[in-house]
Design a binder for this molecule. Structure first.
Ligand code: MN3
Length: 205
């Protein structure tokens, strides 16, 4: 999707991820936070016509080539725009469980076991100081990696393709979990739509 970027609708009702994520958090997170990233991204990219036809993923991959006057705004708001697009898509009602197929095999081969993988993501999210994200990404060579990014930095800025990400900004969990980020992380796995993650994995390879 290129400029002007559109806020995507949530692909399910705001209360669909209860009890893991409450409806009020979903409404504020999508309708206000994601909308704000979208608006500010449009404002920034709108200033430079040569960037308007590019997909958001390509803009983020090329972040260092962006004109300096919009680079920070696009880093923060373009990252925020793309990160949340992914976030809504890889969650869903009746989520959770474990991935099968090629993705399940790749996770076990890269991290030892599904539980080891989960622990790695939880640890990345819990130890990210301040705001950020924990990711499962496909690297340039096709291998899987887990790491966190600060603020709204996107794995595309590292040349990687994100296929799963968990938002650890306080706005993602504070109403229900307050300061208990590890509790949110542990509950969050119950929202994961593994079919959507597997589809992203297949496309990334
Ligand atoms: Mn967020």
């Amino acid at each position: 999707m290129a400029h002007p970027f559109q806020l995507p609708d949530l692909p399910y009702a705001a209360d669909a991820l209860e009890p893991h994520i409450d409806a009020r958090t979903m409404e504020i997170h999508h309708d206000r936070h994601h909308q704000a990233y979208t608006d500010k991204l449009n404002e920034a990219v709108g200033k430079h016509s040569e960037w308007r036809d590019k997909e958001i993923e390509d803009i983020l991959r090329d972040i260092d080539r962006l004109p300096e006057d919009i680079r920070t705004a696009v880093r923060n708001n373009g990252g925020g725009y793309a990160n949340h697009n992914l976030f809504w898509e890889i969650m869903g009602p009746a989520g959770g469980g474990e991935p099968g197929g090629e993705l399940g095999d790749a996770i076990r081969s890269a991290f030892g076991s599904f539980n080891d993988f989960k622990e790695k993501v939880n640890n990345a999210g819990a130890t990210q100081f301040g705001s950020g994200w924990a990711w499962l990404v496909v690297g340039a060579g096709g291998g899987l990696k887990v790491y966190s990014t600060p603020n709204q930095d996107s794995p595309y800025m590292n040349g990687d393709t994100p296929i799963l990400g968990v938002d650890v900004w306080e706005h993602a969990y504070y109403l229900k979990y307050q300061n208990k980020r590890p509790e949110y992380l542990s509950a969050w796995w119950g929202t994961v739509n593994w079919d959507a993650v597997a589809e992203r994995y297949a496309r990334a390879r």
